[in-house]
Design a protein around this ligand. Structure first.
Ligand SMILES: Cc1cc2nc3c(=O)[nH]c(=O)nc-3n(C[C@H](O)[C@H](O)[C@H](O)COP(=O)(O)O)c2cc1C
Length: 158
């Protein structure tokens, strides 16, 4: 509802998972999001959570590592993967990638255990994510974070 409460208070006006997730992310070096595909995109509840969590939290998210996974019965994983990665790429969060566009296939619980390639890719992404988080921690110690600019916020409505 874009009430702007979070600009004058700590967190979202609705006291729920979005605030809890923000608190956890502030203390973390990375964020891994996994979502099922519903009608060719991420399921609605994960998008609502992420919209509210990213919008209502104002701590520095730069260089927290992101990784996204999409799970479907058959189709829509690449669109979902792109959709989820957008939260990272608007927040200066580097992405841990794998050797495919992170997906897994299964309709029912446990079916994904038969997706050997999907599981292998998940292991690769997990290792890459840990490596990146450790490397960034060392880089922060040695070089500090890059200079931060005051954000320009323009619009083109005349
Ligand atoms: C409302 C709904 C929409 C779905 N849409 C798709 C879809 O577009 N493509 C697809 O491959 N699977 C689709 N599925 C199947 C789910 O992606 C799949 O069953 C997934 O594993 C469900 O995860 P969940 O049990 O955590 O919701 C859909 C399932 C539901 C319930």
């Amino acid at each position: 509802m874009a009430c702007g409460y979070c600009y004058t208070h700590d967190g979202c006006v609705f006291k729920d998972d979005a605030n809890e997730l923000a608190e956890k992310l502030e203390k973390s070096d990375g964020l891994l999001i996994a979502a099922p595909v519903y009608y060719g995109s991420a399921n609605g509840s994960v998008i609502s959570l992420l919209d509210r969590m990213f919008y209502s939290s104002h701590f520095d998210k730069r260089f927290k590592v992101g990784a996204a996974f999409a799970v479907a019965r058959r189709a829509g994983t690449t669109a979902t993967f792109d959709e989820l990665n957008k939260y990272f790429t608007i927040n200066q969060m580097p992405i841990a990638s794998g050797r495919y566009w992170n997906n897994g296939f299964g309709r029912e619980k446990e079916q994904i255990s038969e997706d050997e390639e999907g599981l292998q890719n998940a292991r690769i992404v997990a290792r890459n994510m840990v490596f990146l988080m450790r490397s960034i921690a060392l880089g922060k110690e040695k070089y500090g974070l890059p200079e931060k600019e005051e954000i320009k916020f323009t619009h083109f409505i005349k």
